[in-house]
Write a protein that binds this ligand. Structure first.
Ligand SMILES: *Cc1c(COP(=O)(O)O)cnc(C)c1O
Length: 427
């Protein structure tokens, strides 16, 4: 697989390099030089999740990993299902929260960890990542206990739920967590600054693991196929997918799946009040506001870092711009959507509710709608209970960590502080 840097197109790398670097020169994102288009979609949809995903990933990644390697990686990573739950006659929720940390990021995180473990072999590496909530947990659990791999996770102090924090900040061992006095965009900027510091990068063998890593996106492509495999065949040519978006990795993966031949009719980029993209799609003007805190906090991002990849899909002629529209959903409508869903018998947390509301506002007569359930309702227990007025029980992974102590360090949103910390801990 060959990839190029969107900011510096002469920088070309293979999958292993893109996996380990995360970002290219000048903070550019890696993008596939070629995206294969499959002509056997029906046959693919007949396969089980692991077989189909291995087949797709082998075709995309190519000779760098053998068929057997990819099959091993995928079967260690995708150890849980992605069921399509029927919400009403023409609406489904793709439930991506049945993994160990109860959010869709388990798919990308676990696939990436297994790929890195395979490709790095005995070399030591450090994973540095910023999380607005769920990436951290997925990355921490995916790498926990892997030999030769150290993990450092930055997150905005006080801006994620206590249970979210407990899920990744209580592990210890090779997992270090740092609460930053700032917002998620500042955490993300610290990660970028670290990668820009070549000396630091070499000294601590830096690798990235947030949603900019191409391996995560490739893993996520697979569950869009899994969704279609569960849609009744007669409905497959008229499907709209609504994606609750923050950094837009999930939407990028969906649009890559379509580029590969999955016949998605339309995508809805659903955001909370941090609606830079929906406004941009309407007006053509890129005009981010200051990030505001919402109930759907994993989407509190106003400068989404995957957006250039979506632009590239249009620019390089893979997809027509008409395939994508956007919809921002404010706090009031998010709560309303949670209540409406509960009334028809489906309990959702705020992120999925944003996607459901956006879907309802954009779906047309005769279409089948899918919204992505990106987290388990119990992961946002407090807000779900507040809005619905009914108790939510904790599934096992959350119950297990709820009583444990948080082990995080605390730093200001200041690169020199972070750098000193990294040298102290890792050099
Ligand atoms: C990360 C996350 C999102 C946003 O996904 P992106 O790929 O960053 O757009 C949505 N919902 C939940 C629950 C998340 O954890």
């Amino acid at each position: 697989m060959e990839l190029f840097n969107l900011k510096e197109t002469s920088q070309r790398v293979n999958f292993a390099e893109a996996l380990q670097k995360g970002l290219g020169n000048n903070q550019g994102l890696f993008f596939p030089a070629e995206i294969p288009k499959f002509d056997d979609i029906d046959a693919l949809l007949d396969m089980d999740l692991v077989t189909r995903s291995s087949t797709i990933l082998k075709r995309v990644i190519g000779d760098e990993l053998s068929e057997q390697d990819i099959q091993n990686i995928v079967s260690k990573a995708f150890t849980f299902p992605a069921p399509l739950a029927k919400v009403d006659d023409n609406t489904y929720c793709l439930e991506l929260f049945h993994g160990p940390t109860l959010a869709f990021k388990d798919f990308g995180g676990r696939f990436m960890a297994q790929c890195l473990a395979k490709i790095a072999g005995d070399r030591p590496i450090t994973i540095l990542t910023a999380t607005s909530g769920d990436t951290g947990a997925a990355v921490a659990h995916a790498f926990y206990g892997l030999a030769n791999i150290q993990v450092v996770i930055l997150y905005p102090k006080g801006k994620i739920s206590l249970l979210q924090e407990k899920l990744f900040a209580t592990l210890g061992g090779n997992i270090r967590t740092v609460a930053i006095n700032g917002d998620f965009d500042q955490c993300q900027a610290l990660v970028k600054a670290s990668f820009d510091d070549q000396q630091l990068r070499d000294d601590i063998h830096l690798n990235s693991a947030n949603s900019i890593n191409i391996s995560r996106l490739l893993a996520q492509v697979c569950y869009y196929f899994e969704a279609f495999a569960q849609v009744p065949a007669e409905k497959r040519d008229n499907v709209v997918i609504s994606i609750p978006s923050g950094n837009f990795g999930n939407l990028t993966a969906g649009m890559l799946a379509t580029t590969m031949g999955l016949p998605v009719k339309h995508f809805v980029a659903a955001t909370n009040s941090n609606d830079t993209v929906p406004r941009y799609l309407k007006t053509g003007e890129w005009d981010p506001n200051a990030t505001v805190a919402t109930m759907s906090n994993a989407m509190d991002v106003s400068q989404p870092n995957n957006w250039p990849r979506i632009e590239a899909l249009f620019e390089y002629g893979y997809l027509d711009k008409a395939i994508l529209t956007g919809q921002g959903v404010d706090e009031e409508y998010t709560q309303l959507a949670m209540k409406q869903l509960a009334q028809i018998g489906y309990i959702s947390e705020p992120h999925a509710a944003v996607a459901y509301k956006a879907l309802c506002s954009q779906i047309e007569e005769g279409q089948t709608g899918i919204f992505l359930g990106t987290a388990h309702p119990a992961k946002f227990k407090e807000s779900v209970e507040n809005v619905l007025g009914q108790p939510i029980s904790l599934p096992q992974p959350l119950a297990d960590c709820a009583g444990k102590e948080i082990l995080s360090s605390e730093l200001d949103a200041d690169f020199s502080q972070l750098k000193a910390y990294l040298y102290k801990e890792l050099k």
